[in-house]
Ligand binder design. Structure first.
Ligand code: TYD
Ligand code: MG
Length: 453
């Protein structure tokens, strides 16, 4: 008699396994994401691909040359990857549907193909003629760019071995399924199995693989969270439907710095690199208006100037509202409380709205001082000098604290034509002042107010 197959419940967001259904995932905190899937039998035979056949050996004998990086020629992309694609690495590219993942990766492959390398684009979402249409649109046609429309994992592995490309893209990992498992395509089990076998193949052959993963909210297919710990590099592609810029952000990178960002603009002929993001994000800034301030932030290794906006209006009824877009709302509440108690601005019966103009999300504490300045400016209805940049962390007692890489921020501000920097007074040293920018150092909110207004 055939034994009934065992099942368990898996969180479709992070892969947490539970013997019974639960509402809130203890792993990632998401609600209502559990689905029943067959568990793999413990004695399932290990396929040959899983065996790396490696033996322990002294590290001195290991050749480091497999870490030679493949340059994509797209500077923003290479920087986010830590200087190029590392051979045998698995790179997960996550993002909302329609954000431009397929476009980006097709462009990356095209760049490699025009450099004379054979590359393979595997899609389970579009037909070959649809891919061709997109490729024509972005000018990505080449004899070296191979396309394959396939969803079966076994076939995909076979063709990768057969073609032996310099890089391969799987678009998307959620469409791939293995006939060795009984669970549905897109489920946690399938996504894990497919990724595991692709990663092993990549490690064995040295072919880098890009895995595209859709971020989904409804939980019907497994999200990229499931894979984050398996791959070497995790990149998220962000953007806003109302804006044409796209940011690729490194979340994890075994071969380079994390938190590095690359900025692109989506045009009618594909993605174009934005090599001067500060200029790009500041173009529509209103000057001489209350509630707007420019802050100098650092993302990864690159400085970026962005505008912060605040609107403070008296509450018409009931509870005052605190709304923040692109900033943590709890952080805003904290800063409002500091400003109220220590800065002496009584915001208790005012609604406060904070926005990052242009939509770039920044979570650095260095933008605290900018948020405070924008709120104060809107509340007092006094504009801040448009040639002033503000940065610094604010503590609970209203002290302004030093932050890292102040020099880099000042240099970027000077490059963009700013003339004044309101910055922390700290013992952390910053180098020369050859850049002709005035440094106004403050250690508390009173100092800030004096320089602002
Ligand atoms: P796509 O790469 O298909 O997104 P994803 O793979 O992340 O789902 O991008 C689709 C969007 O990009 C679509 O809304 C149209 C837009 N787009 C352009 O604006 N210009 C272009 O040249 C291309 C190819 C797409
Ligand atoms: Mg796509």
């Amino acid at each position: 008699m055939k034994k009934q197959q065992k099942t368990a419940f898996f969180c479709q967001n992070c892969g947490y396994e539970s013997p019974k259904w639960i509402g809130k995932c203890p792993g990632c905190g998401e609600w209502n994401r559990f689905a029943e899937e067959p568990t793999q039998a413990a004695d399932a035979r290990v396929p040959a691909e899983y065996q790396l056949n490696e033996k322990p050996r002294p590290i001195d004998d290991v050749q480091g040359d497999e870490k030679v990086r493949l340059k994509t020629g797209m500077e923003e992309m290479d920087r986010v990857l830590g200087g190029g694609i590392v051979g045998g690495s698995a790179i997960l590219v996550g993002g909302d549907p329609g954000i431009g993942k397929s476009t980006l990766l097709l462009q990356v492959l095209h760049r490699l193909a025009s450099g004379g390398l054979k590359v393979l684009y595997i899609s389970g979402e579009e037909s070959a003629s649809q891919i061709k249409l997109r490729a024509d649109r972005i000018g990505a046609s080449s004899k070296n760019l191979f396309v394959l429309v396939e969803v079966s994992l076994e076939n995909i592995l076979r063709y990768i071995k057969e073609v032996a490309p310099a890089a391969v893209v799987i678009d998307s990992i959620q469409t791939v399924y293995s006939s060795m498992l009984t669970s549905a395509p897109g489920s946690v089990g399938q996504v894990r199995e497919a990724s595991e076998r692709l990663i092993i193949l990549s490690k064995k052959t040295g072919i880098p693989v890009f895995l595209v993963g859709h971020v989904t909210k409804d939980g019907s297919i497994a999200g990229p969270k499931v894979l984050e710990h398996m791959v070497d590099t995790v990149l998220y592609f962000e953007g806003d439907s109302g804006h044409s810029y796209r940011i690729i952000r490194g979340i994890k990178n075994r071969f380079g710095p994390t938190n590095e960002i690359g900025v692109f603009e989506m045009r009618d002929r594909g993605l174009v690199e934005v090599s001067n993001p500060s200029e790009y994000f500041l173009t529509e800034r209103p000057e001489g208006v209350a509630g707007s301030v420019v802050v100098a932030a650092i993302e990864g290794t690159s400085p970026i100037l962005v505008e912060r906006q605040a609107l403070v209006v008296s509450t018409s009824f009931g509870m005052p509202r605190r709304t923040a877009i692109g900033v943590d709302v709890n952080r805003v509440s904290l800063l409002v409380a500091v400003l109220d108690k220590i800065g002496g601005l009584h915001l208790g019966n005012h609604d406060i709205f904070i926005n990052v103009a242009g939509g770039v999300k920044l979570s650095e504490p260095a933008v605290d001082l900018g948020i405070i300045a924008a709120i104060a400016s809107s509340f007092l209805d006094r504009p801040i000098d448009p040639k002033t940049v503000v940065f610094g962390e604010v503590g609970l007692t209203g002290e302004v604290r030093g932050i890292n890489q102040m020099d880099v921020r000042i240099r970027e501000a000077a490059r963009m034509g700013f003339t004044r920097c309101i910055m922390p007074l700290t013992r952390l040293r910053d180098a020369g002042k050859a850049d002709g920018i005035q440094r106004l150092r403050v250690d508390n909110l009173r100092g800030l107010m004096e320089h602002l207004f």
